[in-house]
Design a protein. Sequence first.
Length: 553
Amino acid sequence: IANGNGHFPPNEPRYPSLKTLKMSPDYEICATAKWSSTGKTVAGGNGPGASLNQLNNPFGLLVDPNDDDAVIIVDHENGRIMRWAQGEINGQIIAGGNGIGNRSDQLALPRYIALDKKGTLFITEYTNKRVSRWEKGASSGDIIISNINANGIALGPESDEKQSLFVGDWFSAYILKFNKNGTGRRQIVVGSNGSGSSLEQLSTPYQMYIDPLGSIYISEYLNHRVTKWNAYNSSDWETKAALVAGGNGNGSNLNQLDGTLAVTVDQSNNIYVADYGNHRIMRWLKGAHVGAVIIGGHGQGNLSTQLNHPYDLAFDRQGNLFVSDFSNHRIQMFAVDKSSCSGVASILVFLCIAHKTETVQLRGIGDEGPPPVPFHPDAMYIPQVMNTAKYGLHKCFDCQNIAIVGGGVSGLINAIELSTAGHRVTVYEASDQLGGRILTHRVSDKGYITELGAMRLPLNQHKLTNVYVNERLKLKVTPFRGYESNALVYINGRRHKFTERIVPELFGFNVYDNEINKVRIFHSLLFTRNAYAGKCRKTERFNQSSELFVSRT
């Protein structure tokens, strides 16, 4: 994004606050990616036991991108949560491990976990019928939800302050939504029609995945399928799901599953399923009616090419796949092969073209993604665009180094979106002025940037701008009144008081009737320009109650 001067400055010390904005990326996987058929044991694998190099029926797992891809494991029978750093032989107990029980420092048959950006763990417990929250480094947890047959758990895509917590009740066959701290009423968002096999119902929901746009994917154990439910961002959830994997009875054909325990989804909306009874991992490409076996499928066993009741799966930042191999008491890692991925870049671009429709791609870096959607000046009403503004782009898998030349407002927004998605972004600018402001004040030792100067934002008219200013960036906005009837104007020492209607006529400007009261800022600029042209010594314009505007010749 150029600022018009054509300069591309070198990596100089005077740009410290704009160097390489970075967040931990997630994964993006092209449709032709493959995984090694041979797994590597990265945790456990030493038989069932409670030593630090053992696991006993590992259940849920996740990979923490904010902790160098450490694997977090639910050690089901041992009543503890383990952290396994990459390459380590022994794990570390980070929750529980004080015997099986219902004390705040104990767990009883934990099943699945969720992790927020601060490292706080949310744990579902089968025996205790509760959800507990463990702050990072804590020796005990807080019980935030009780009397629930908790199974799968997931956090919503909102910011930390407003993030919702979703918990699946396997017995009642519904998904509940809570505040992140467990307070507030229990809201049934999916499955209010009882247990069953219709697309208005769930049966034994296990794990779930919520994508950045708020769609929720649910693995249903006894229905042998994965369903997708939309409308997270509207007042009501859809009452009927879309079938996205399985759903053809239990079996081993490529259009079937046998006990669906866990699901995850990549950036192209391809679906990955832990097929418990068939001892394999399946992938359903978006819109496909049959899946493909990507791991396992060689019978039940403990060889490196086999699985024995997979319970959960997760990707690291490179796209390597980790599987909770329940009955083998181990975690297996299957390396990804991305050599067939083209890596064509296509990023979201916001266009400002009046009365014209353009086509853009709503996806990140990669060669897979949803079809293009029309983009119009009324794009603020297109759900995909508003959701991208609210929740950001999908996390990247093959993250790139990106340079933005000449910041400006659009450049900064692109930098925010790309860096939040995981790309390594550097913003270059040729002057100390950022985005056309009066002055950019830098505090080099602290890395701060302060913009000295106002920017007029029509927040009541432009919903997309409002999302960035108020929700994403949380900028302080002060109301600005372009003109009021009690404004006074001094020209060469003479005071003038006038209403909005006589502003243009007073100085001889020709303005159509339908433009009166709609071009206040423009009128003020015309007045100031005309005053200078008349060689006046001083002009002042101020509002006696609040604002002050001063300009001098």
